[in-house]
Design a protein. Structure first.
Length: 296
């Protein structure tokens, strides 16, 4: 049985940890409100723009210009954008992203990985550390996007990806991130960024297909709008991941606080039992000494 001092020291340590987890939960809750407002505002716009992007990309195939945004090449070199967080203590948030990327490589790009043709563009320090240790080719220019999460900084990363795809450095670009659903739920998403997928052709989609009127010029509008749409989709993914991270951290710290409370109950019970045992031992020693004096 541990000594009273050991149990008391452990109680003090757990109480300090509980105070930290409570504070972290409150900070995560405050950040979650702001990040949730941002993703709620941009999500309808991004979804509508994504639908428009696919329709415009399909329409571009009818033009005489070079439709390199949608050109499907042999998948020799792959770029995977892995969106994680900068810090831990957020449950399985980062682990899900890493496992998602590894599963994607195993299921679709095993041959390319064997040849060293799978490159990772990590967003967030956790993804950078994970894939660096496993000797993946990585692009580290945009690791710290969360330090200042703005549309301008996200646009710079997308411009780099678009230029690399156009120059033939990569034949396909995939994006893996956590989508925010609610405080307790994050959904792992894997989306193809480039080449742009054409909308699925069904009887209903053909019936509802929009015939756009272009002014002043079809090619100029499409080639200008597609990069902007890609930037919005990427920025939306970053905001989704940021909100999901704060939700995951809030949930993890809430559970950690509850677990600390349960542990404190057990430690206090152990402390009382140990203290009672010590008192009982002292009484027995006194009684034993008194009996010894009587017999003498």
């Amino acid at each position: 049985m541990p000594s009273l001092k050991e149990v008391k020291n452990r109680i003090t340590s757990v109480m300090s940890t509980q105070q930290i987890t409570k504070a972290m939960k409150m900070v995560a809750a405050a950040k979650l409100r702001r990040s949730q407002d941002r993703i709620t505002q941009i999500r309808p716009f991004a979804q509508k723009l994504s639908s428009l992007l696919k329709n415009l990309s399909a329409a571009q195939s009818n033009m005489d210009g070079d439709n390199w945004y949608s050109v499907v090449r042999e998948e020799k070199k792959i770029l995977i954008i892995a969106v994680s967080s900068d810090r831990g203590l957020c449950g399985s948030f980062n682990t899900n992203v890493m496992k998602g990327v590894l599963r994607l490589i195993e299921e679709k790009y095993t041959a390319q990985y064997a040849k060293g043709n799978v490159t990772i563009l990590p967003v967030g320090r956790k993804a950078t550390e994970f894939f660096s240790k496993r000797k993946f080719p990585i692009i580290t220019d945009y690791t710290t996007l969360y330090a200042k999460l703005t549309f301008e900084n996200a646009s710079n990363a997308v411009e780099h990806v678009i230029a690399s795809f156009k120059e033939g450095k990569f034949d396909k670009v995939e994006l893996v991130y956590n989508e925010f659903k609610n405080v307790a739920t994050q959904i792992l998403r894997t989306e193809q960024v480039l080449p742009i997928l054409a909308p699925e052709t069904t009887a209903d989609s053909n019936a509802n297909q929009v015939d756009y009127i272009y002014q002043p010029d079809q090619e100029e509008i499409i080639t200008g709008l597609i990069p902007k749409s890609l930037k919005v989709q990427f920025f939306k993914a970053l905001l989704d991941s940021n909100a999901a991270e704060n939700g995951a951290r809030m949930t993890a710290m809430d559970k950690a606080t509850d677990n600390a409370g349960e542990l404190l109950k057990q430690l206090r019970l152990t402390y009382n039992r140990t203290r009672q045992a010590a008192i009982t031992k002292e009484i027995l020693e006194i009684v034993g000494g008194a009996e010894a004096l009587k017999s003498s």
